[in-house]
Write a protein that binds this ligand. Structure first.
Ligand code: ASP
Length: 290
């Protein structure tokens, strides 16, 4: 029988209202597994890693999760790993896990939009689906996956796009990889796999990289503040295809000259980033060293 290990980290899937009615993570891995229907043909092990809302996680916590996954993959008898996680930053953890994943076995991240105390919560179904995907030979060699709302998504490119919908995740640009329903796992598209990166070390925990968003009237203040706070890298969530303005271009030049890595991205969810425009646009940003 396939063996799947469920690693729990907290989030809505393990949350209930506390004494002041605020919802907080309370349930552990054994609670989650205990109320989830999974096929008779799978042995499910439950392991607690963290117990917190994912809005609280920092880079050290992400590394803790990555190391917990790696420890399970050291066990040859394990067929797949599931990580239960808050949905707020599920995409960051899934992406990190995928960047370092060097194994044919599936790692599947899931969570819930409705907390464990509500009668029609989505947690048990999402967890049952994730276990089915992790146990499935069809899901091998697909890297890290997100199973949520009956859909199987690639970790890379998946974003939370809705605060309350039963299916809050979308695989931007790429689309879903398949579906899962009542234990039936169908993979209709296989993701391109990149060469895995080495596992994060302790240096990862305080590698400060800030995200600076651009908008009408944006000046250099936030970029300068990020660098003053010790950022070694800054990601610009630029407008459109990757544009800023002359003031920001000047600040980018200053900080790149000072050794800061500036990555040009876009606040637009889908499509490529390309240097097309002058006058403070992407051509100027790239010339300034972004
Ligand atoms: N809304 C979140 C969740 O779905 C809270 C969190 O990210 O922990 O779990």
């Amino acid at each position: 029988m396939p063996i799947v290990v469920v690693l729990s980290t907290g989030g809505t899937i393990s949350s209930r209202p506390g004494h002041d009615d605020a919802v907080v993570s309370t349930d552990g891995a054994a609670d989650l597994v205990g109320r989830t229907a999974h096929g008779d043909g799978v042995v499910v092990e439950a392991v607690d890693v963290l117990r917190t809302g994912s809005y609280n996680l920092d880079l050290a916590a992400l590394r803790t999760i990555a190391e917990a996954v790696a420890a399970q993959l050291e066990r040859p008898e394990v067929d797949g790993v599931v990580v239960t996680h808050g949905t707020d930053t599920l995409e960051e953890t899934a992406f990190l896990l995928d960047l370092v994943h060097d194994d044919p076995r599936p790692v599947v991240v899931t969570g819930a939009q409705r907390s464990a105390d509500v009668a029609d919560g989505d947690g048990p179904r999402n967890l049952g689906d994730a276990v089915a995907v992790a146990a499935s030979p069809h899901a091998r060699d697909c890297g890290v996956l997100v199973a949520f709302g009956g859909t199987i998504l690639p970790a890379r490119g998946t974003r939370k796009m809705h605060t309350t919908a039963a299916q809050p995740f979308r695989a931007l640009d790429a689309g879903p990889l398949g579906t899962v329903a009542d234990g039936d796992v169908r993979i209709t598209q296989r993701p391109e796999r990149l060469k895995p990166l080495p596992a994060a070390t302790a240096a990862f925990d305080d590698a400060r990289v800030d995200v600076v968003s651009l908008y009408p009237g944006a000046d250099a203040a936030l970029l300068d503040a990020a660098v003053a706070a010790g950022a070694r890298g800054v990601v610009l969530a630029a407008t459109g295809i990757g544009n800023a303005n002359a003031t920001v271009v000047g600040a980018v030049r200053r900080h790149v000259d000072g050794g800061v890595v500036v990555a040009l991205s876009s606040r637009v969810p889908e499509g490529p980033v390309q240097p097309v425009y002058g006058d403070g646009g992407g051509v100027d940003l790239v010339r300034a060293g972004a």
